[in-house]
Design a binder for this molecule. Structure first.
Ligand SMILES: C[S@@+](CC[C@H](N)C(=O)[O-])C[C@H]1O[C@@H](n2cnc3c(N)ncnc32)[C@H](O)[C@@H]1O
Length: 209
């Protein structure tokens, strides 16, 4: 899609909340790695998917500033919650401050630590898992959460096109890890998947059995 079509798609998409707008502006103004944040259009897609799934428990791997956690929270079932994991203390503090300003303050549970260590300590079954942290561990996260996703539940992984690098012949470690992840998902007979070419690529996976 060219830039004008993308802008048209954004213009004809419902707006985000004031807090999400404020959070994005804060991120773009103060963080050099602001491209990590899901952004307006993808955020609206995540919110819409959450509204369609109506999850009780969302597990998010990679909180950053809490933007995507807030998008998922919008579609939760009435008693639902988002459990979000990150290793970075400074961004986690900002995420908590923004979430505290919203109606979702009691619906988002923050855990600080390496996701590979934290996930096995969580007692829940998940309706939706969002993988959006360090790329070399995407396949590890998938395998770690798989048995804890309910049948019919979903796993969504961000950045699976990695700015198009996944189709280039010479791949660095992150690109290779994402390409291996995509191949693993496609070959997994327990799931159905669609790779949405939104932003940096969203892999949407349904656990069939
Ligand atoms: C792309 S950002 C997440 C963006 C966020 N989901 C959003 O869309 O607004 C990735 C985050 O993963 C975190 N991260 C990286 N390695 C991690 C690990 N091993 N365990 C938990 N979090 C990790 C980073 O600190 C960073 O905040």
């Amino acid at each position: 899609m060219n830039e004008e079509w993308i802008k048209y798609a954004e213009d004809f998409t419902s707006g985000e909340s004031d807090v999400l707008q404020e959070l994005r502006a804060h991120c773009y103004a103060h963080y050099e790695d602001s491209s990590m944040l899901s952004g307006f259009f993808q955020g609206r897609v995540l919110s819409m998917l959450s509204h369609m799934i109506r999850p009780n428990i969302v597990l998010e791997i990679g909180t950053y500033l809490g933007y995507s956690a807030l998008c998922f929270a919008e579609g939760l079932a009435p008693e639902g919650k988002v459990i979000t994991l990150d290793v970075q203390e400074d961004t986690n503090r900002v995420a908590r401050e923004f979430v505290a300003k919203t109606e979702y303050r009691d619906k988002i549970e923050f855990h600080l630590g390496n996701a590979l260590d934290v996930i096995p300590t969580l007692p829940h079954m998940f309706d939706l898992v969002f993988i959006d942290a360090d790329k070399p561990n995407y396949s590890n996260y998938y395998n770690l959460v798989f048995d804890r996703v309910r049948s019919g539940g979903f796993i969504i992984a961000d950045n699976v096109l990695w700015s198009g690098k996944v189709i280039e012949p010479d791949m660095d470690e992150n690109t290779q890890a994402l390409h291996d992840f995509n191949k693993m998902v496609l070959a997994d007979t327990r799931v159905s998947n669609v790779l949405l070419s939104i932003r940096d690529g969203l892999m949407v996976i349904r656990k069939d059995q």
